[in-house]
Design a protein around this ligand. Structure first.
Ligand code: DQA
Length: 148
């Protein structure tokens, strides 16, 4: 069995479903996890799905992915725009990383225009709602198969 794809979610994403639904939609994080698990299984892959509101725990998940996972898909949420620790963690592991967002941060407040994570990631998918996760999965599998 190949190593799992790690899908890591940052702060406040545990509130999806009720959090600003006009921006983030009505689906919960549990709904998104199920959709990703089904899509991955259809394509012959396993996922591990995490969420934390704590920056250091996100660093721990990235480090764990580096030894036990094949690719990282991360929605770093607000830490996208602030976290040198996430940038360093992604740089420190040798597996690929795809940054995803439900919304399109570049089209929102100016403080969302900088992404520290983008500077360490292989690519970014944003603005497609829940579909950003599924596109992220396709991108992850593309990277895995391209390097096989
Ligand atoms: C987000 C965008 C971030 O700017 C924001 O802080 C979030 C969610 C998204 O998925 O659209 O919490 O990452």
């Amino acid at each position: 069995m190949s190593k799992p794809i790690y899908i890591i979610n940052g702060p406040n994403l545990n509130l999806l479903g009720t959090r600003e639904p006009e921006i983030y939609g009505h689906q919960t994080l549990a709904d998104i996890e199920k959709l990703c698990a089904i899509a991955a299984e259809d394509l012959g892959y396993n996922i591990r799905f995490f969420q934390s509101n704590i920056e250091g725990e996100l660093v721990d998940f990235i480090q764990e992915a580096g030894s036990q996972g094949s690719v990282i898909i991360i929605n770093p949420a607000a830490y996208t725009h602030t976290s040198v620790a996430l940038y360093d963690a992604i740089k420190a592991v040798s597996i690929p990383c795809i940054e995803i967002h439900l919304s399109q941060p570049a089209a929102r407040e100016s403080f969302r225009r900088r992404s520290y994570v983008a500077e360490a990631a292989n690519g970014t998918i944003s603005g497609f709602g829940v579909k950003s996760y599924l596109l992220g999965l396709q991108a992850a599998i593309h990277l895995l198969e391209a390097s096989a």
